[in-house]
Design a protein around this ligand. Structure first.
Ligand code: 3PG
Length: 207
């Protein structure tokens, strides 16, 4: 699987900040039960790497990626933990070189046409538009489709059940990402039926 193919696996990608790795497997099962096939565990908590490892080992029906990968060291740790893809909020030269060295599917974050072009020069044709709502969202992606039709995006940042379908209707959007599928209270409270319902509802937005 390459990064462009990754965008087509599941129209909605949960962006997860996990505080307790022992919840990871049940959480991934709950999302998979709702029909989602990709998920991103952000490296924003101490539990993230253990969560990635547990999901990779016990929930083979989902692809687990690492998010908020900021440097080569984090990329290495995430890959070693079993991450099947990586996502970053932006792109640096060091990170691009590290990704090339490992050959892991990667979505670099971009927020301007120049950043999108620079990421494409590194070979990254699938990109994360971040923070999507704050920088123009649907209108920005429509405007980019003219001059940058070869690029495809996974917008994240401010996306939720109320606006996701507007993004998913765009020709240059493969999937959308967001934290709305995994509310902290539902996860810590082990309300897996809530998570499954949110996943199922999100998937329905794409149809
Ligand atoms: C990300 O890292 O993609 C964002 O934090 C997700 O944004 P959201 O919390 O607004 O969905």
């Amino acid at each position: 699987m390459n990064a462009l193919e990754l965008l087509d696996i599941s129209p909605v990608m949960p962006v997860i900040v996990i505080a307790d790795a022992t919840l990871a497997v049940d959480l991934a099962h709950a999302l998979a039960a709702g029909g989602l096939r990709t998920l991103e565990i952000t490296l924003r908590s101490d539990a993230a790497l253990a969560a990635i490892e547990a999901i990779r080992q016990h929930v083979p029906e989902v692809l687990v990626g690492a998010g908020t990968v900021l440097d080569a060291q984090q990329l290495q740790s995430a890959h070693a933990a079993g991450a099947q893809f990586a996502v970053s909020p932006g792109l640096t030269e060091a990170l691009a070189l590290a990704v090339q060295g490992r050959g892991i599917p990667f979505l670099p974050g971009v927020a301007s046409a120049a950043e999108a072009m620079r990421a494409a020069e590194w070979g990254f044709m699938a990109q994360k538009l971040f923070p999507a709502e704050a920088i123009g969202g649907v209108e920005l992606l429509k405007a980019w489709h003219g001059p940058l039709p070869h690029l495809r995006f996974c917008p994240t940042g401010g996306i939720h059940a109320g606006n996701a379908s507007r993004y998913l209707a765009l020709p240059n959007v493969g999937c959308v990402g967001g934290s709305w599928l995994t509310p902290a209270a539902a996860v810590t409270g082990r309300q897996w039926d809530v998570v499954t319902r949110l996943a199922r509802e999100a998937l329905a937005l794409a149809r």
